[in-house]
Design a protein around this ligand. Sequence first.
Ligand code: NAG
Ligand code: NAG
Ligand code: NAG
Ligand code: NAG
Ligand code: NAG
Ligand code: NAG
Ligand code: NAG
Ligand code: NAG
Ligand code: NAG
Ligand code: NAG
Ligand code: NAG
Length: 484
Amino acid sequence: MGLLTKVSLGATAAFSIARVQAAPASNALYKHVLVFSVDGMHSSDVEKYVAVRPESNISKLLSTGYEYSNAFTSAPSDSFPGSIAQYTGGSPRTTGIWYDDVWDWTYYPAGSNCTGVPGAEVQYAENVDYNSTLLWSGGIDPGNLPMTFVNGKCESIYPHMRLQVNTVFEVITAAGLQTAYVDKHPAYEIMNGPSGKGLSAGYFPEIQAVPNNVNATIAYDELHVQAWLSFIDGTTPANSTGHLAPSSMPALIGGNFQAVSVAQKTVGYMNDSSFSPALLHAFDYVDGAFGRIVTKLDQKGQLNESLIIIASKHGQAPINPQLWNEVDPDALVNATGVPTAFLTADDIGLLWLNDTADIPTAVENLHKNASNLKIQTTLSGTQLVAQGFGNPMASSRVPHIIVQPELGTCYTTSQSKLAEHGGLSDDDRKVACFISNPKLQKKVFNGRVNTTQVAPTILKALGLDPKALEAVLQENTQVLYGFQ
Ligand SMILES: *[C@@H]1O[C@H](CO)[C@@H](O)[C@H](O)[C@H]1NC(C)=O
Ligand SMILES: *[C@@H]1O[C@H](CO)[C@@H](O)[C@H](O)[C@H]1NC(C)=O
Ligand SMILES: *[C@@H]1O[C@H](CO)[C@@H](O)[C@H](O)[C@H]1NC(C)=O
Ligand SMILES: *[C@@H]1O[C@H](CO)[C@@H](O)[C@H](O)[C@H]1NC(C)=O
Ligand SMILES: *[C@@H]1O[C@H](CO)[C@@H](O)[C@H](O)[C@H]1NC(C)=O
Ligand SMILES: *[C@@H]1O[C@H](CO)[C@@H](O)[C@H](O)[C@H]1NC(C)=O
Ligand SMILES: *[C@@H]1O[C@H](CO)[C@@H](O)[C@H](O)[C@H]1NC(C)=O
Ligand SMILES: *[C@@H]1O[C@H](CO)[C@@H](O)[C@H](O)[C@H]1NC(C)=O
Ligand SMILES: *[C@@H]1O[C@H](CO)[C@@H](O)[C@H](O)[C@H]1NC(C)=O
Ligand SMILES: *[C@@H]1O[C@H](CO)[C@@H](O)[C@H](O)[C@H]1NC(C)=O
Ligand SMILES: *[C@@H]1O[C@H](CO)[C@@H](O)[C@H](O)[C@H]1NC(C)=O
């Protein structure tokens, strides 16, 4: 609470400074940081792409930069915690953000006024929009938000209000600098952080309105690219939330590409795990976009002043398409043999039971059916705590049981998918992570890193204090190699 108060006071005090174009902090290594997630891009895809396209823009970025070849995104590896990791420095136990669709026994449904039996689904995706069939969906309809008591008062909870720690965007705007962020649903206003004030500008065209195929998603990604190019120019694209100060390129620009992820899910890899033509087409599109971004930075005279960070918020599993198989999520729920409130199902299962006393019984029953349900492991009780997931007895955010299926298994009845993410496997979590600037000398770091380390690295690069992030303090998150 103390820290949050400080951030919002800082933001108010800094506002007048922002208008006179604050100078970067004196110990800044860079004036700007640009952070891009190529959703779905594995660490192994970096090697594969460079082998197929040795002259690519990605190869060029790597030739003056650091590559982290053993980088892991959040566990679970859903987009929501995966992005939050990079911009807070924290994992789900600290941020409270486990997935874009969870259960919380202290919440109530939208429109309930917190009356009735406690316990509600908390979903922050296209479902909260005014009209998710529209690319410009109207943003978040507060009438669609789940509710809970805040200081004794029933409130509709926007995504940013649920986040338990501050974001880099808040730290940067509080320092009088500007920020801009681009993502696939208006629900990503979560990046504003608990103060609600972290983003100078946000740009959130609704991806749900776009057909689920590679070329339509490339056209969608192009909206993101045009928004970034516009932010580099210091102009705010139409339909943004918020506004940049005139003609000033933000200190932090962030966002992601969706085409590779859609290609992985709808077309996939070849049986030998090489790229299919459609997947290569998606990577080529992304590579060309990086070329255009670099050219734009150069034209603005800002390339040497800009650190480019490419870190994927999730991979996709399985890479080998022959391993894909589906198990009905209802079978998982039924097999617990106890009353179950909610299952978050992908290539992971997060279970919330009605009664925590039933956890051991449910785990035992799941193990009896492990081969039918393709369960590799379950995590509950002390295992959750020991492995850094937190304690469901102490927090309504933490699932009672995590089910990790065998690699390639997804709890879904979809007949049209070839891969998914969200789970704990290396195919889900071992992601592309590299950093580039013309002044850096090529280096490959093979030591394990977490994408949570992107957050303190952003602040360090801008000459701001990484310890201004609450999650960095709580988890002792280190800056990436090369920036210590
Ligand atoms: C919730 O409370 C508000 C204000 O008291 C009231 O206008 C509204 O009708 C209530 N909604 C429901 C669903 O009870
Ligand atoms: C959402 O937009 C579509 C397309 O314009 C329209 O047909 C539909 O009626 C809208 N839905 C609502 C609930 O407004
Ligand atoms: C996608 O676009 C590429 C080039 O723009 C084209 O070669 C390919 O046929 C298109 N794919 C589909 C499925 O339409
Ligand atoms: C902005 O959103 C409106 C709908 O609210 C849409 O008609 C318009 O095309 C959008 N403009 C741009 C430039 O995206
Ligand atoms: C890939 O493997 C699957 C399953 O083993 C097989 O059915 C399919 O024919 C293979 N595809 C090719 C192009 O070899
Ligand atoms: C790099 O990006 C530029 C700009 O989009 C593109 O024209 C070029 O083909 C890309 N370079 C390579 C080698 O693919
Ligand atoms: C789960 O149990 C319900 C109720 O007994 C049953 O109707 C349903 O078919 C079961 N589903 C699966 C996939 O086993
Ligand atoms: C679970 O296993 C029991 C026997 O061990 C079996 O009767 C039941 O059908 C299985 N349920 C599921 C959902 O696989
Ligand atoms: C378990 O919780 C869910 C969600 O609140 C509820 O719908 C269901 O009735 C409960 N089941 C039992 C047996 O209490
Ligand atoms: C940018 O940095 C590179 C590498 O140090 C240098 O060769 C180049 O001249 C610099 N460009 C500008 C515009 O300062
Ligand atoms: C990465 O996260 C894991 C799991 O939370 C932790 O055990 C490990 O120490 C972290 N590694 C680094 C380099 O921070």
